[in-house]
Design a protein around this ligand. Structure first.
Ligand SMILES: Nc1ncnc2c1ncn2[C@@H]1O[C@H](COP(=O)(O)OP(=O)(O)OP(=O)(O)O)[C@@H](O)[C@H]1O
Length: 880
């Protein structure tokens, strides 16, 4: 700010221009670059390649050492590290990798860990692979534990068994430990200790079972039995067990069979859809079961056990190893991201397996809610972004800077304006004590402190005269500037600077923001970036005459959200009656857009569909409130936190709730064509939806009172006005004049938190939006857009008799939900199937007509007449 200030009382004072935005930016950029370099994928790859080469180098050097150590050892002993600096002819070594190879191997083998030194090759190898691939293929900490144990155990054992060999099998480390151990325990004791340590490690790592031993002992006295005599020849093929190998083999087979049986049983019990394992590959398996241990538990998985398809075998193995360490047996279900998505967009139903591990199938459903509290198995917190774990946020390069780095300051212009203001005020006998100027991107704010005794209203009344004398349009007088005790006169700059969205997005304030829905709006007069949280606003009303920057403003908001949010965290509902303004976002339909089921286009342009969509959003809101209530939470943040901690059961309809932002590009048009039908749901959403994460951005060209009604206005505390054509319009939108004085091209007033701030809206051009949309659109997506609940217009259904001939397409699904839950409640259908009240009610009437549920009992749930699913299937078959 200081750079832009011109203080007349101290013209000579030259303060360091520390707050020059350009200077600041350079510092920050330098800092950002180092961080970026460390985080850069390429840096990791280079490190990876170095590690892999090191691994290979050590491997060759060590292996060569095994054969050449005798020849080289003397020389390395004699010259020590200086061998590396000697010339080739004076010392010749036999190691394949020369003097360095001989020295390094000697160092590792002789002075270090002997044969166990090979573990270092492994360590470099796993580090290298992880870095090169760019993700955790091997678990470094886990492996490090094994490597440390291995170094100690292998070197000691090698030293113990090779105490008479000249080769340093155990290295200095092995020798030292071995020496101490023999002294302490004696040779036999040391041997026993090593044996116990080795066996313990094997048992720990591979969970060896000793059943074969038991079986072998049992089977010994029994005579061999001929296959024909076996009661269940298909299950147990009894063969004489002549040796360990056969016994183990049979045992493995038996275990396999037992597993298979258990799997089938468990599946039967838990309604898990049986899906062929991947080797029965006629088509992609829907779900794959990986079973661990015994089957006394029902397993429950999906929403978060997203192990993406490409998970490497190694990683899987490691996961499984980890699970082996967990108490109790487990059964895991793996599903692909597409399945997860499909399931999420679908309502949960009985085929969906639950996801927590419950101790038994018989458990009461109410208790299921409590189940996660029992420490059955520690699961990692749910991570919604794993839905699309490879998703890359758009990069800054996709946006242009529009040569906007510098604010143009014309010292002559500043002086002229200052003199004009002082003279004009003098003409009206208004003396001033002090005047200062702050140069913004489009306007300069002159702040004056009037002399004692001058009435502020006098200056305010001279607005037009001052404008005339400055021969400038768009002068706005702020008398007084709130909280400052000065009077502000905003004068447009002759040369205006554009504010690029790129600049704002690159700013630290935006990058570091932890807001739920950060929107980069523009720059204030003092060049401070204005970044706000849409979730706190909680809705935004934008108005402005045509061509003043509304569409650019909407793009700015949408693009800034796209830069900060993952597709799993945010969905847009786009309403574009003008048909062309938001069409660019079609490319991100499967990532970020929400739509009605069965609709082709996610961007809504037709008024009738807008009404349906708004009502569907109201249903979504109601359903979300039901979920919040059931979870005992007050807002989306608490709810999602609880869900992430796996304290909410998806089988009961709980799911991670993304924020939903409804954007209406031309509200006036909708109100003109649909009136109350649009106004009512918008007003309802505006009143209630903030707590459940639904936020509205509504733009209009015509901010007249019949469009922005009292109800709408009351629920949109945050408002943006671009230039409007009259003071009345300005009052309608901002409750005060001023917007008619703006100069257009993104010059705007924001009324937020009781303050009115003048901003230059950040500029983002259509090709930039297109690039961002393409960048996102090309990445892996959900199978379809986020589905809003179905809304059936009452008018469409009016007069339709309850007829079983003309059943609702969801009839069978509804019947199953009711029978599985044994609860004839309309709200259950609403919740589980994401339906509106009317449709759920009609379904219930049809179920009654089919005899599946009893008659309406008022406030109580209806009785369910069909007790089992098998009975239900019969009824459904009969209905045909
Ligand atoms: N923030 C901005 N910075 C610089 N120029 C801008 C800015 N916003 C808008 N403009 C200029 O104003 C023109 C009109 O903007 P825009 O299309 O957003 O207006 P609009 O209010 O949406 O008009 P309409 O209602 O007719 O669609 C843009 O093409 C651009 O040249």
């Amino acid at each position: 700010m200081s750079k832009n200030k011109l203080k007349t009382e101290k013209p000579e004072s030259k303060k360091p221009r520390s707050s020059d935005p350009n200077v600041l930016k350079q510092d920050k950029e330098a800092e950002v670059k180092v961080k970026e370099l460390v985080k850069d994928e390429r840096t990791h790859k280079v490190l990876g390649v170095i590690c892999l080469l090191l691994s290979l180098y050590c491997f060759i050097a060590f292996t060569s050492y095994l054969f050449t150590w005798e020849e080289d050892q003397d020389k390395v002993f004699r010259y020590s590290a200086s061998i590396l600096l000697m010339d080739m002819d004076s010392v010749r070594v036999e190691n394949l990798l020369g003097r360095l190879g001989a020295f390094v191997s000697h160092w590792f083998f002789y002075k270090g860990f002997g044969i166990a030194s090979y573990l270092f090759c492994y360590l470099f190898f796993i580090l290298g692979v992880n870095f090169v691939v760019g993700r955790r293929v091997f678990r470094v900490w886990r492996n490090l534990k094994y490597i440390l144990f291995g170094l100690l155990f292998i070197s000691t054992t090698a030293a113990f068994v090779s105490s008479f060999s000249d080769f340093p099998w155990g290295g200095a480390m092995g020798d030292t430990v071995n020496h101490w151990m023999i002294g302490f325990l004696g040779r036999a004791g040391a041997a026993l200790l090593l044996l116990v340590a080795g066996l313990s490690w094997l048992i720990w790592k591979y969970n060896l079972d000793f059943k074969w031993l038991e079986q072998r002992l049992k089977s010994k006295p029994k005579p061999a039995v001929a296959p024909a005599a076996t009661p269940e020849p298909a299950v147990i093929a009894v063969t004489p067990m002549s040796n360990n190998a056969t016994a183990a083999k049979n045992n493995a087979k038996e275990k396999e069979k037992e597993k298979e049986n258990r799997r089938t049983n468990t599946l039967k019990e838990s309604n898990v859809a049986v899906i062929p394992p991947p080797d029965e590959e006629d088509e992609l398996p829907e779900m794959q079961l990986i079973e661990r241990g015994s089957a006394s538990i029902t397993l429950i998985p999906p929403a978060h056990t997203h192990v993406p398809e490409e998970v490497e075998e190694e990683e899987m193995e490691e996961e499984l190893e980890e699970e082996e360490e967990d108490p109790g047996p487990l059964l895991y279900i793996e599903e692909t991201v597409e399945q997860t998505n499909a399931r999420r967009n679908k309502k949960p139903n009985a085929e969906d397996v639950a996801w927590e591990i419950k101790p038994s199938v018989e458990e009461n459903e109410d208790e299921a809610e409590e189940a996660p509290k029992r420490p059955a198995v520690q699961l990692d917190p749910y991570e919604p972004t794993l839905d699309l774990r490879d998703y890359k946020y758009p990069t800054l390069e996709l946006l242009d800077s529009h040569n906007t780095e510098k604010i143009v300051q014309d010292a002559g212009e500043l002086d002229r304006n200052k003199d004009q203001i002082i003279n004009t005020l003098k003409n009206y006998d208004i003396a001033i004590q002090k005047i200062s100027a702050t140069v913004g991107p489009t306007v300069t704010l002159y702040e004056i402190v009037p002399a004692a005794g001058v009435r502020i209203s006098r200056i305010k009344n001279l607005e037009d005269d001052i404008a005339l004398s400055l021969s400038a349009l768009g002068i706005r007088i702020i008398a007084p500037i709130p909280g400052k005790g000065t009077i502000g006169i905003e004068v447009p700059n002759v040369k205006k600077s554009m504010v690029s969205l790129r600049n704002l997005i690159a700013s630290e304030k935006f990058q570091q923001s932890t807001m739920d829905l950060p929107i980069a709006i523009g720059k204030k007069i003092d060049n401070e970036n204005f970044i706000a949280d849409l979730a706190k606003m909680p809705h935004l009303l934008m108005a402005g005459a045509t061509g003043q920057g509304k569409s650019v403003g909407i793009n700015t908001l949408l693009v800034s959200l796209l830069y900060k949010k993952h597709p799993s965290q945010l969905k847009f509902v786009l309403v574009d009656p003008k048909k062309v303004e938001l069409s660019l976002y079609k490319l991100i339909e499967k990532h970020f857009l929400a739509k009605l089921p069965g609709e082709e286009d996610a961007i809504i342009t037709d008024t009738k569909k807008v009404i349906h969509t708004l009502n569907a959003l109201c249903i979504e809101m109601d359903l979300r409130y039901d979920l919040l209530k059931e979870a005992g939470t007050r807002n989306i943040k608490e709810y999602n936190n609880k869900f992430v901690q796996r304290r909410l059961n998806p089988q009961r309809g709980h799911r991670y709730l993304p924020f939903v932002v409804l954007v209406v590009d031309e509200f006036a048009d909708l109100i003109m064509t649909a009136g109350k039908e649009v106004e009512m749901p918008i007003a309802r959403l505006a009143q209630l939806a903030r707590a459940v994460g639904i936020h509205l951005i509504i733009a209009t060209q015509r901010p007249s009172v019949n469009i922005i009604t009292g109800t709408i206005k009351a629920n949109f505390p945050a408002r943006i006005a671009f230039k409007v054509s009259s003071k009345i319009d300005s009052r309608t939108i901002l409750d005060t004049g001023g917007a008619e004085q703006l100069i257009g091209q993104g010059d705007m007033l924001v009324s937020f938190n009781g303050e009115l701030v003048r901003l230059q809206c950040a500029f983002v051009d259509t090709p930039e939006v297109e690039r961002v949309a393409e960048y996102i659109g090309e990445q892996r997506s959900y199978p379809e857009a986020y589905l809003l609940p179905e809304y059936v217009d009452d008018k469409d259904m009016e007069g339709k008799e309850i007829s079983l001939q003309d059943r609702d397409p969801l009839f069978e699904e509804a019947a199953r939900v009711i029978v599985q839950n044994q609860q004839g409640s309309t709200s259950l259908l609403q919740r589980r199937m994401k339906l509106g009240y009317n449709r759920a009610g009609r379904l219930m009437d049809q179920l009654e007509a089919a005899g599946i549920v009893g008659p309406n009992l008022g406030s109580k749930a209806r009785e369910v007449n069909v007790k089992t699913e098998a009975d239900l299937e019969e009824i459904l078959n009969d209905l045909g």
